[in-house]
Design a protein around this ligand. Structure first.
Ligand code: ATP
Ligand code: MG
Ligand code: MG
Ligand code: MG
Length: 562
């Protein structure tokens, strides 16, 4: 017996007009169709219809996470500051963190993501290699004080995320946990009916080595990705772009240095307008299309040693491998008030074009990570952002790349031992010695997926949900008076009894025209109308997506819909 929801008793108020502040399709439609309501910037209420869609997405996610053996838990969102201080993210996250104090003055945060806390829980709960691998997940409310919370539920300051974490003792084990998640994500997004691509990404604030994103192409998306029409190469431009970050006022602007010659410390220094002995920060050097050095290593391995072949000692001094030994803070930071403490991301060494590029960043409180112009900062604040352009050669096969906008719906990371090192997460190994654990972390934007689905599947009439996600299987419309209402309720009861989820528009005093418009707007995949031929017991079944219609008796309609 599935639920029969009467519209006459449903708290839903549809709107004819787009909300004044809405810029994106999902924002307009989800508000107009009565799924969500905005409380404050980036803070949303899920109304009954919206809650159903959100729950349907959570159910799919939960089923697929359970299927790979991940265990569901629920961690607090209100977290003590100390673990995030230990990982340096209390600092690194900057303004993105919601921070608060309790009555005794102790500091807390509202969790933006939970690597620290999961690491501590596993440290507490797991003692031996025999208890690994372990995969844990939660579907939980996350908090990020986003600079520009717009686009409806696509970018909330409070939002729902499924986050999971894997714990293994070997690199092969981590690769396997990562593979399991990747496959589970493919199943999840296929079931959600989302068109998506898997692209190379940067690990950013998470740290770690490998990471991929699941991107749902849509004009409202806030990410840009490149896609090769000839081979399987696809990457977020964050991962193929040289992000130019601000330079300090005293040093003046730094431009792209295109030189046929191998740069020397002198040419670099001259170009940067600094003495040859200066400590250069966030430096990236490419020679003959190959990155030979970065001021701090990026997410990928780069041959720092090669720098010595090209550059004089002053720079080498800054960037030799030893300089980074044990200096995790340098490797994973970005440029903060103290200078080079926080550079997180430089570039993907696979980027092919160009000769030599240099970026410099000495400005306080700036960072080079996830820098998307207009989203993360005002363009004027920064120098310039060199992006990959449409038609640039694919780093793998040389074919001209395609450029598209997309919504980041999922992100998977091989974290490695970063958090395990921070918190001393060891288990007793096979030979009685402690072994350091290696981790992965994996996120899905559950509430964002609602926005992505709305963006991808809506049409001129309104929302149009895939079956598994829709708030009901069929929207029954009583288009007339008592006779039509009686037939609509009768068929609804029978459908409900047969396990079909029904939304029935039994509202009195609402014209058929308004009911039809609302049904299209709300976007349930099938619309069943009790109208003109109700006296004969004949209904009209309409497919919301294709618009195809057919006349059916009650029995035929039930047979068709079950
Ligand atoms: P973005 O680049 O859009 O800011 P992110 O890379 O910061 O996202 P992650 O830290 O990778 O996000 O978090 C995992 C997932 O959580 C993302 O892939 C996305 O689907 C979702 N997500 C992140 N931030 C938000 C937000 N502000 N509102 C809704 N969903 C979000
Ligand atoms: Mg991102
Ligand atoms: Mg973000
Ligand atoms: Mg991400």
């Amino acid at each position: 017996m599935a639920q029969v929801q009467r519209m006459s008793r449903l708290m839903v108020k549809t709107l004819r007009d787009d909300p004044a502040d809405a810029e994106t399709l999902n924002h307009k439609l989800l508000v107009r169709a009565g799924y969500v309501r905005r409380n404050a910037a980036g803070i949303w209420t899920w109304l009954p219809l919206g809650k159903k869609v959100l729950d349907n997405i959570s159910r799919v996610v939960r089923e697929e996470m359970d299927a790979i053996g991940a265990q569901e838990v629920l961690l607090p969102a209100l977290l003590p500051k100390e673990p995030y201080e230990a990982s340096a993210r209390w600092e690194e996250y900057g303004d993105l963190l919601f921070r608060l104090k309790d009555r005794k003055g102790a500091e807390y945060l509202l969790g933006p993501t939970h690597e620290e806390i999961f690491t501590l829980i596993v440290k507490d709960q797991v003692a031996s290699y025999k208890d690994l691998p372990v995969m844990l997940y939660q579907i939980q409310t996350k908090y990020r004080d986003e600079a520009r919370p717009r686009a409806g539920v696509l970018r909330g300051r409070e939002f729902q995320m499924k986050d999971s974490y894997s714990f293994d003792i070997t690199d092969e084990g981590l690769a396997e946990s990562y593979r399991l998640h990747r496959e589970a994500y493919q199943k999840i997004f296929a079931r959600l009916g989302l068109d998506y691509r898997i692209v190379s990404a940067v690990s950013g604030a998470m740290g770690g080595s490998a990471s991929e994103e699941f991107l749902a192409p849509a004009p409202a998306g806030e990410d840009t990705f490149v896609d090769c029409p000839a081979c399987d190469y696809a990457a977020n431009t964050e991962a193929v772009t040289f992000k130019l970050t601000p330079v300090s006022e005293e040093h003046g602007p730094v431009e792209e240095l295109a030189t046929p010659d191998t740069p020397t410390i002198e040419t670099l220094a001259e170009h940067l307008g600094v003495p040859a002995s200066a400590t250069l920060k966030n430096l990236l050097v490419k020679v003959d299309g190959e990155i030979v050095a970065v001021g701090v290593p990026g997410d990928r391995e780069v041959d720092l040693g090669k720098l010595g072949e090209h550059l004089a000692p002053a720079v080498v001094e800054l960037v030799t491998a030893e300089d980074f030994e044990g200096r995790e803070d340098l490797v994973r930071g970005y440029v903060g008030p103290q200078g080079l403490e926080k550079v997180r991301y430089i570039a993907d060494p696979r980027v092919a074009p160009g000769t030599a590029w240099i970026t410099g960043a000495n400005k306080a409180d700036t960072h080079a990570k996830n820098v998307v112009a207009g989203r993360d900062f005002e363009v004027d604040d920064y120098l310039d952002v060199v992006v990959v352009e449409e038609g640039d050669p694919c780093p793998k096969c040389g074919t001209g790349l395609k450029l598209d906008r997309a919504i980041e719906i999922g992100h998977i990371f091989q974290l490695g031992r970063k958090y395990a090192d921070t918190f001393g997460l060891d288990v007793l190994g096979q030979h009685g010695k402690p072994v350091r654990v290696t981790m992965g972390s994996y996120g899905i934007g559950v509430s964002r997926a609602v926005a992505a689905l709305a963006e991808q599947s809506a049409d001129d009439q309104g929302l149009c949900w895939p079956k598994e996600i829709a708030p009901a299987d069929v929207h029954v419309v009583a288009a007339g008076k008592a006779l039509q209402t009686e037939l609509a309720l009768d068929v609804s009861e029978k459908l409900g009894a047969a396990g079909v989820r029904v939304l029935v528009d039994d509202r009195a005093g609402v014209s058929p025209g308004v009911k039809f418009t609302d049904a299209e707007l709300i976007g349930v995949p099938k619309i069943l109308v009790a109208g003109r031929r109700s006296a004969e017991g004949v209904l009209e079944l309409k497919d919301r997506r294709t618009g195809e219609r057919e006349e059916l008796t009650v029995e035929e309609a039930i047979a068709r819909l079950t």
